[in-house]
Design a protein around this ligand. Structure first.
Ligand code: AMP
Ligand code: GLY
Length: 423
C-alpha cells in the first residue's frame, strides 16, 4: 500500500486520480494543487507544479512513496532530478523523465536530432538560430508551401506556425528568432509540411521495456470542422478507427521500439510516459512531436480503457520492473467532450458557478479547470469539465457524453458538437 502524490491541476490529473483511486495498492492519494474534482478523490495540497520546495515538503509531510508528474513544465524544469539529488527524497519514486529525457518535449531540435540519429520517421527539417539565419532562409526555399516553423522550446502549445506564403514564412522566421516567443524561439525548427490525419499514441516505459496504452485522437481547434484557433484540446476519442492493427504494428516497429532503444543507446534514463504525436501519411506513421507526459484531454478517454491496475504500471515504470507487468485494455470506445469557458481560447472569465454536476449519469465529469469558491464549484480555467463516457461504438460514447454535457451548466459554456466527424 503506497501513498501517491499527483502533480498537476487539470482533467488529465483528475482522470488519473480517478483511475489510481481504484487500485488496491493505494493507501492515500494527494494532488498538488489539484482542483475541485480531485478534492473528492484525495487531498489537495496548495502547492504549484513548479514549487519544488513546496512539493518536497508535501512529499515528506505526507510520507509519499510515489510522485506522478502530470504536466511537462516541472519535468523540463528538472523536478525528477531534484528528487534524485536531495538525500531526504531519495526513497521516493518519481514517474516522469529527468530533465535530460524531458528535452524530447522541451527542445524540438533535441527531438529532431534524436529521431534522425535513431532513424525514426519524421519530417525533413533544419534548425536555425540568429547566426544561421541565411541557411534557414535557404532551406525554406527548398520547401514547398505551406511552411512549418516551430519554436524550439516550450511555448504552451502556441509555438508552431504554419504559413502559406514564402515571403511571410521568411519574415516569421526572422521575427521568431527576434524573440517572438521569448527564449523558446531563440532556435527555430523549419520543417517539411506533412499532410495526413493525426493521432496520439502513448506508452509507459522504464527506459528498457514499455507498454502501449490505448491510442486516441484529440480535437485541438475551437470550432466545428477543425476551424478557428488552437486550444488545449476540445475532446478526445479512443480508439481511433484508422489506427488499426497494421498501422499500430508499424508504429511499434518503426517508432516506439526505436525510441526506447534510442534512449538506452544514448544513455538517457527514462521512467514515465512517452506521447507520440503522429500523423498518418497515406498509412505510414511519422512523428510530428514527442511529449514526455500523457495528453490532455486524451487521458480523460484513455484512463477509461485501461483495465489493469494503473498503480502497478506506475510502480513498474518507476522501479524498472515493467517487464513483469501486464496491461489489459477495454474493448469499448471512450469519448471525452470538453466544456470550455465562453471566449476561450481568447480572454475568458473565471468564477462562474457550475450547476448540474449531480445530474450526470453514466458519464464521468473530469474537472479540468474548477475550484471551490464560497462552498460552490466554480470555473477556474478555459477548459472546465471533460465529460467522458464509454460506448460500444464511437457514436454511442459520444452521444452519452453529449447528453450529460447538456446537464452541466455554467455561464458561457461552449463545447464542440462534431467530435469524431473525421473518423
Ligand atoms: P506540435 O506543437 O509540434 O504538435 O504542432 C502543433 C500542430 O501543428 C500539430 O498537431 C500539427 O497539426 C501541426 N504540425 C506540426 N508539424 C507539422 C508538420 N510537419 N506538418 C504538418 N502539420 C504539422
Ligand atoms: N492533447 C495534446 C496535448 O496534450 O498536448
Amino acid at each position: 500500500m503506497i501513498n501517491i502524490l499527483i502533480v498537476g491541476s487539470g482533467g488529465r490529473e483528475h482522470a488519473m486520480a480517478w483511475k489510481i483511486k481504484q487500485s488496491p495498492k493505494l493507501n492515500q492519494l494527494f494532488i498538488a494543487p489539484g482542483n475541485a474534482g480531485t478534492s473528492l478523490l484525495g487531498t489537495n495540497i496548495e502547492v504549484g507544479v513548479s514549487d519544488f520546495e513546496g512539493l518536497k515538503k508535501a512529499a515528506l509531510d505526507n510520507r509519499i512513496d510515489l510522485v506522478l508528474v502530470g504536466p511537462e513544465v516541472p519535468l523540463c524544469e528538472g523536478l525528477h532530478d531534484y528528487f534524485l539529488v536531495d538525500k531526504s527524497l531519495q526513497h521516493i519514486k518519481v514517474v516522469g523523465p529527468q530533465k535530460l529525457g524531458a528535452q524530447l518535449e522541451g527542445s524540438k531540435d533535441f527531438a529532431k536530432e534524436f529521431m534522425v540519429r535513431h532513424q525514426i520517421p519524421t519530417a525533413k527539417y533544419c534548425s536555425v538560430t540568429a547566426e544561421t539565419l541565411s541557411e534557414g532562409l535557404a532551406f525554406l526555399k527548398t520547401m514547398t508551401s505551406p511552411y512549418v516553423l516551430k519554436a524550439d522550446g516550450l511555448a504552451a502549445g502556441k509555438g508552431v506556425l504554419i504559413i502559406g506564403e514564402l515571403a511571410e514564412a521568411e519574415n516569421s522566421l526572422k521575427e521568431m528568432l527576434d524573440g517572438q516567443f521569448g527564449v523558446a524561439s531563440q532556435k527555430v525548427v523549419v520543417e517539411e509540411f506533412l499532410s495526413g490525419i493525426e493521432c496520439s499514441v502513448f506508452a509507459i516505459t522504464d527506459g528498457k521495456d514499455y507498454k502501449i496504452l490505448p491510442v486516441a485522437k484529440d480535437y485541438k481547434r475551437i470550432g466545428e470542422g477543425d476551424t478557428g484557433l488552437n486550444t488545449g484540446g476540445m475532446g478526445a476519442i479512443s480508439p481511433v478507427s484508422f489506427a488499426d492493427e497494421i498501422f499500430m504494428n508499424k508504429v511499434e516497429e518503426r517508432i516506439i521500439r526505436p525510441t526506447v532503444e534510442g534512449l538506452q543507446k544514448d544513455q538517457i534514463p527514462y521512467n514515465g510516459f512517452l506521447f507520440f504525436g503522429l500523423i498518418s501519411v497515406q498509412g505510414e506513421p511519422m512523428v510530428i512531436e514527442y511529449n514526455v507526459r500523457m495528453g490532455d484531454p486524451e487521458t480523460e478517454a484513455v484512463m477509461l480503457r485501461i483495465k489493469s491496475d494503473f498503480v502497478d504500471l506506475l510502480i513498474g515504470a518507476a522501479d524498472s520492473t515493467l517487464s513483469e507487468k501486464t496491461i489489459e485494455i477495454d474493448d469499448r470506445t471512450a469519448a471525452a467532450v470538453m466544456l470550455v469557458a465562453g471566449g476561450y481560447p481568447g480572454p475568458y472569465e473565471k468564477g462562474k458557478i457550475i450547476s448540474g454536476l449531480e445530474n450526470v449519469e453514466n458519464s464521468f465529469a473530469f474537472h479540468a479547470g474548477t475550484n471551490y469558491r464560497n462552498g460552490e464549484i466554480c470555473t477556474n480555467g478555459g477548459r472546465v469539465i471533460a465529460v467522458s463516457s464509454y460506448g460500444n461504438s464511437m457514436q454511442e460514447a459520444l452521444s452519452l457524453s453529449y447528453k450529460n454535457a447538456q446537464l452541466i451548466n455554467f455561464e458561457g459554456k461552449y463545447f464542440r458538437k462534431d467530435l469524431g466527424f473525421d473518423l
